[in-house]
Structures are given as C-alpha cells and as structure tokens.
Ligand binder design. Sequence first.
Ligand code: FAD
Length: 459
Amino acid sequence: MDEEHAAPPRPRSVAVLGGGLAGLAASRALAASGHHVTLVERRRFLGGRAFSFHDEQSGWEVDNGQHLFMGCCTAYLDLLSWAGTRDRAHLQPRLKVEVVRDGTSGTIASTPALGPLHILPSFLRYPHLSAREKLLAAYALLRMRNTDRIRDRERLDAESAYDWLRRHHQSERAIANLWNLIIVPALNDDARAVSAEMALMVFQEGLLRTPADAALGWSRVGLTSLAGEPAHAKLSASGHDVLVGETVRSLRVDGGRVTGVELGRGRVIEAEAYVSALPFDVLLEVLPPDVASDPFFSRARGLSFAPIVGVHLWYDRTVMDGDFVAFLNSPVQFVFNKSAMHGAPAGDGQYVCISLSAAWDFAEQRAERLEQIFSREMERLFPRAREARIRRCRVVKQPQATFRPRPGSAQCRLPQATPIPNLVLAGEWTDTGWPSTMEGAVRSGTLAADRVDAEHPAP
Ligand SMILES: Cc1cc2nc3c(=O)[nH]c(=O)nc-3n(C[C@H](O)[C@H](O)[C@H](O)COP(=O)(O)OP(=O)(O)OC[C@H]3O[C@@H](n4cnc5c(N)ncnc54)[C@H](O)[C@@H]3O)c2cc1C
C-alpha cells in the first residue's frame, strides 16, 4: 500500500473510570492527544461531586452544594472554556467578602494596586480583630508568603494549621474570626484538623499572589449544565464512548497489567491503558484484594471524607442583598443569594442557600430540625426574613463531600503513576498538592493523561 492510501494509525484505547471533573479532564486531554476514550460513569450523568438536579417544587436547578472557585483555578476555567461554558461562570472583578459578627459588618477585599499585598489594607480595617491581632495576622501572612511549602512539605504536613498559627502568635480569637473563616470552607474542616501544608497552600495560592488569583467565582447555572452535560456532548460528538449508568465492579489484573474492567451484568471492557478517576474508597474496592493491599495502594486507606450540608430556602420576598455573606458566631457559615448569583429576575421571591462545611453534627440531624434551626437563625441575621414566608426548604446532605486534608494525609495521596504500568490515577484525592477542589480534580485528570501519554504515546 502506498503512503497516501495507508490506513490512518489506530488511536490507542484508554478507559477512563469515573466521570467526575477528574475523569472529564483526563478524557479531554487524552482525546486531544489522539487516544480513543471510553469513559465509564456509574450515574446517569457526568460531573461527579459537582452536580445539580431539578427541584420540581421550586422549578430551580439545585446544586448538590454551593461550589466556589478562585481566579487561581486556571485548569478548571480552562476546562469550562473547552466545554464552551466559560461564560456561564462568574468571576468577581476583585475579591470581596462581607463578614458579619453580631451585627457588625467587615469586608475582606483586594486592593489591586498593591499587587501581592492586595489584602493587607482590608485586614487592617477588619473589625473582628483587635489592633494587635491585625498586626500579628499581617505578620503571619508574611511568614506564610516566605515559607517554601514544597521544600518544607514533610514538616508542614505533620503539623496542624492550628499549631502553625499558634506558633506564629495567632490568638484563639484571630483563628476563629479570621483564619477559620477561610480554612473551614476551603478545606472543609477546622484549623485543628487540617495540615499546615494544605492551609498554607490555600493562602499562598489564593490570597498571596496576584489580586486576580484571589477573586471568587461561581456558576450562574446548575453545575451539571456547567460541566457534566456539555462535556458529555463534546466527547460523544468527537467519537468517544461515554457509558453512563455503568458501574465498575472490578479491575482484572493479570501478569502485572490491567487486562479489563468488569461492569455490571457481566460486561467487560478492554483498553490499552486505564485511568482510574474513582474516589479512593471505590478504587480500593474494585482492585483485586492482593493489589489493593500492596504497600503502594494501601496508603490510600489513611484517607477519609468530610461532609457538607446545604440548606436551601425559597422565600416569598427578598431577604438579603449582595451575592453572599459570611457569618461569625452563628451556626450559619455562609449564605448565598442564589437568585442574584444566577441572575434571576428580581420580583418573585428569593432563593438562598446556607452552606455548612465540616457539618458532622448537622449531617446527623433531620431535615425538619435543620429547617427549624436555620429559618430562625436567618430571622436573627436578616431582619427582612422575619416578615417573609418560606415557600420551600430543601436540605441536601453530602456526607462524602471532600477528602480530609488531615495532618499526615500527604503520604496517603497517591501519585498518578502506579506499580501497574497501564493503570494511572486521577481524582482530587491524588497527590496534586491541591485540596479537595474542582481545580485539584481537573489538574489530577490532566496529570493522569500526561502520564498515559508518556507510557503509551498516541501513534
Ligand atoms: C457539597 C459540596 C461542596 C463543594 N464545594 C466546593 C467548592 O466550593 N469548591 C471546590 O473547588 N470544590 C468543592 N467541592 C469539592 C469538589 O466537588 C470535588 O473535589 C470534585 O468535584 C471531585 O472531583 P473528582 O472527579 O476527583 O471526584 P468525583 O466527583 O467524586 O468523581 C468520581 C466519579 O466516579 C463515579 N463512580 C464512583 N464509583 C463508581 C463505579 N464503581 N463505577 C463507575 N463510576 C463510579 C462517581 O459517580 C463520580 O462521578 C464540593 C463538594 C461537595 C460535595
């Protein structure tokens, strides 16, 4: 056969297991470098832990929990651009967060002209710290900025954020009124329970680089419409196989290689390489027991999950202004004005979501009880809520919202490459250096695809 009529080279087949953001990012990158992808997802839709569903009674597309990102989440924003939905996500022109404690309002905001020191002025004006605490907070920020997180990783991973902050002269009050305000929603746990490495990561990457990195962003549509659905359409349209509603039951490993994936009803798929973008607990379940218990994979057994609870309230009138407010000294942590964030026309009531991180206590309580607690608390915090009627309340509990970045957890996060040459790992829990975030998930997927490329270059 002459060259002109030679059959085009056959793309290598890669099976991507798990259709969360990590699986989507891996599929996108593998497809771009010429591989043929078969993406397998247990649920009937893609997007994983960042999803939305239709709430019949309110008519709204409700997220499984409020998801925020920051300007520094470049890989996530790039994924949205690929999916064609970047314009459905909003990014603040500059960081601005209102923080209320016992009726006194303060603001954490960027002053862009100051470059990397952009948040210092708002720290100095912040009303929830004493003058001395503000100076010490500025000192701790500078110490954070000058810490080489990569070089000191082992030491920072072993220490809690709380111990690091105390060592750097932060009072209990400063930890409650300032540091935990950022640590709890970003890492889904208290400063006492997270590693200094992860806390410093959040401050260094999010707040101490450029003002643009610090801006907060959110979806203006339901999360499934933002990433899961458009990514599904895009991959299918370019000839890749997206199998939804298919559960991975087990991986076949033979002669040190993965030889197939067993799905439900006896179906088996085979590929040249496999990317697991499954949560760590599922991966450990679907690997053959002797593989799951080898020293490499069993490190992931040290990981665990933390819950997030969302209390969604539909009022018959406007009860709050602005996009969102953070509260100190209240069981309410953040209240999001979903009507405003989604650009819903004003007039017909208001939809708000109370987001509760590290919500072990609330996750155990009945929805009716949570409605009682939080509708009363909303009346205390927002005078207009006292006159308003709640048309609907829906509680969404996500017990396995994020992995816990506990002190010592760095060694439980596995790298992309595994001892099995044709099995590569993705998932926000893998060793990306990022906490459990959409950005971490996307980065892990891209890293996994790079790894497949290195081992199995597309022809
Ligand atoms: C309520 C809530 C709020 C959050 N808030 C934020 C936030 O504000 N900002 C932020 O950045 N991040 C936030 N996160 C975290 C973020 O959503 C996750 O870190 C990220 O989506 C994880 O993506 P992933 O692809 O790594 O994992 P997952 O999304 O868990 O993807 C794994 C996929 O594998 C599938 N699967 C599982 N078992 C099988 C099986 N046996 N066979 C086939 N498929 C299987 C799952 O259905 C899932 O789709 C939040 C999470 C929750 C739940």
